[in-house]
Design a protein around this ligand. Structure first.
Ligand code: 6PG
Length: 227
């Protein structure tokens, strides 16, 4: 696998501390691309604890690494997930760039926006049980997106993941200065070991940023922990 594997007791707490450390070490602004999913929600609920995780949110630029093509107030929206768990609790940010995914030209617009901005400092990614990350699903067209595209539309051809999506491509992820993948719980053990074994049929195994950290718990690592 690419990057550094860090086994932690509490993935959400470790994620929040990593963001504190990275933002403290950065300059004027720090850009963060958010993920979706239940692990991400727990990460952001931790991050919202301002006394425990002091961050100057007025310096933070918020992006999304993927989104479901639903209205921003839809319960399945990743924007709504981040708004509920974090943005509503931490006060104003420097900028917020939701993926306006219910527009027909949303992918092209976001792709242009991302490519016109400096590289995102840190993208947060999850790992699905099927080995997907962001909304780059196994056997999906998004896996072979044109190299110049950082954001595309995509769907799960196997139907395991709901809604048409917008997602960063592998090129878009690689363009970020750093990436952190959070993996928690026994349901991810098989997918995580496919990544650890370099099985490229698991889309997450293609993430290869020079600065890449996998924050995983012992449950996700499973009985192979002694590897
Ligand atoms: C999404 C996410 C997706 C998620 C993984 C893990 O929009 O669903 O971006 O990539 O991170 O599926 O989700 P869980 O943490 O809920 O297992």
């Amino acid at each position: 696998m690419n990057g550094s594997l860090v086994v932690v007791d509490d993935v959400a707490a470790a994620f929040a501390q990593l963001v504190v450390d990275r933002t403290a070490a950065s300059g004027a602004h720090f850009s963060l691309a958010f993920s979706g999913g239940s692990t991400a929600r727990e990460c952001y609920e931790h991050l919202a604890r301002r006394s425990q995780y002091p961050i100057n949110w007025a310096r933070i630029d918020a992006w999304w690494g993927d989104e479901r093509c639903v209205p921003l107030d839809n319960p399945d929206s990743n924007y709504r997930l981040v708004e509920e768990s974090l943005l509503s609790k931490v006060g104003p940010l420097a900028s917020i760039h939701p993926m306006l995914s219910d527009r027909a030209d949303a992918a092209v617009l976001y792709d242009r926006l991302v490519r016109s901005a400096p590289p995102i400092d840190l993208i947060h990614l999850g790992l699905g049980p099927d080995g997907h990350t962001a909304s780059l699903f196994p056997d999906s067209e998004g896996l072979t997106a044109p190299a110049h595209r950082f954001v595309i539309s995509n769907v799960d051809p196997l139907g395991h993941n709901s809604h048409p999506r917008l997602t960063f491509t592998f090129a878009g992820i690689a363009n970020c200065r750093a990436a952190v993948v959070t993996v928690a719980g026994a349901s991810k053990t098989e997918a995580l070991h496919r990544v650890l074994d370099g099985d490229l049929t698991a889309p997450a195994a293609h993430v290869a940023n020079d600065d890449l950290i996998w924050l995983v718990d012992a449950e996700a690592l499973g009985s192979h922990s002694a590897r």
